[in-house]
Design a binder for this molecule. Sequence first.
Ligand code: TGC
Ligand code: FAD
Length: 390
Amino acid sequence: NELTGAPDYFNIDDLLTEEHLLIRQTMRDFVKREISPYIEQWAQDAHFPSEIVKKFGDVGAFGPTIPTEYGGGGLDYISYGIIMQEIERGDSGMRSTASVQGSLVMYPIYKYGSEEQRKKYLPKLASGEWLGCFGLTEPDFGSNPGGMVTNIKDQGDHYLLNGSKLWISNSPECQVAVVWAKNEEGRIQGVIVERGMEGFSTPEIHNKWSLRASCTGELVFDNVKIPKENILPNVSGLRGPLGCLDSARYGISWGAIGAAIDCYESARKYSLERIQFDKPIGAFQLTQKKLAEMLTEITKAQLLTWRLGTLMNEGKATTQQISMAKRNNVDMALHIAREARQIHGGMGITGEYPIMRHMMNLESVITYEGTHDIHLLITGADITGISAFK
Ligand code: TGC
Ligand code: FAD
């Protein structure tokens, strides 16, 4: 595609609307202007650029599918996917910031919250005035969130929240956290926790080799007094957090294509410029094999994800279909990053090219929102009718 510099080998653009193409160009321009010139330095410095939050709000990257009356974009799921793809073409950590805010903070407040909660939080989150995070994972409960020990106890006019969450994207900078905790009956409930509540802290996790421009931390709750109006009233059980994950995993399936495209484009360009044995390395059959397979896998992922987007729009996409797309596309992107790294030779390990950063980022993406193997087992359970988790 001449306009975007992205491969469109099967004319998938013909399946998109004018609005989709406009959204893609807007996000592409935004990423080129606000992220790409700085991302290598942010990643090298492990710096989260907090000013990006307001800018994401202004460009409409937060909660694109949330209705406009709450500050969202009122757009369809393909638009949401395109936005995630273009941001992750810049960096997976930047996409994390946006997908957590939209799918894991705004979505549960919209879907499970009261009208008062929607009005209080959604416009501030949509505009980027506030940054949110989503606390499900605990130190001893990652793939098995149903075992969580974080809990709320009814104190009459309020609840007391105790426990901790680990590996939480955006936590060190958040103003608000959607936290999943068990009540006295052992049922999981959603709790809105605000920065400043006594007993609530968000220590940062340092020394990550992955998602270095995204901030990750803990959520620690030590007898935090939670007003009763901060409980999400319209959901209980594991289906609450897992329902949000459907939306976020869908966005990641598009985002991973963005990272793959960036690696592929860089490798294609490099293969035509780099001369060895008096020829561009792109003239060698082994390089062509790598590039041809990259383009084939990107094209397959684009078709899978476009179809999933139409099912999302019709409200027909299943959790199992979303798992398959997330798993396939992240694995595809990681494989392409590794092959692109080979094509760049020694240059591939430097910050002169985006490859190594994408590769290291994707090591988180293949683990969070359900690991590669957990998604395989979700498909396995769907095929056989037997859950490997029970
Ligand atoms: P299971 O018995 O299968 O289900 C328990 C209840 O949940 C319901 N359910 C769903 N509801 C809505 N949407 C879905 N996708 C659902 N999947 C399941 C199910 O019907 C049941 O409901 P009910 O009412 O009968 O109780 O649960 P299980 O304990 O066997 O576990 C299943 C398993 C392993 C697949 C699940 O727990 C899982 O997906 N584990 C992976 C954990 C995970 O993905 N964590 C992500 C944390 S957030 C994150 O990583 C953010 S990173 C973001 C970024 O930076 O971009
Ligand atoms: P474990 O569950 O301990 O898994 C370790 C290994 O065991 C994996 O390979 C896994 O596939 C395998 N395994 C586990 N169970 C089985 C099984 N039944 N069968 C076969 N293999 C199995 N969480 C949040 O709640 N909010 C966030 O914002 C968030 N952001 C994150 C950001 C980053 C950078 C990272 C790295 C993680 C983030 N997470 C977040 C947590 C993430 O969702 C978990 O890391 C993930 O769900 C896996 O949990 P775990 O790390 O505890 O691994």
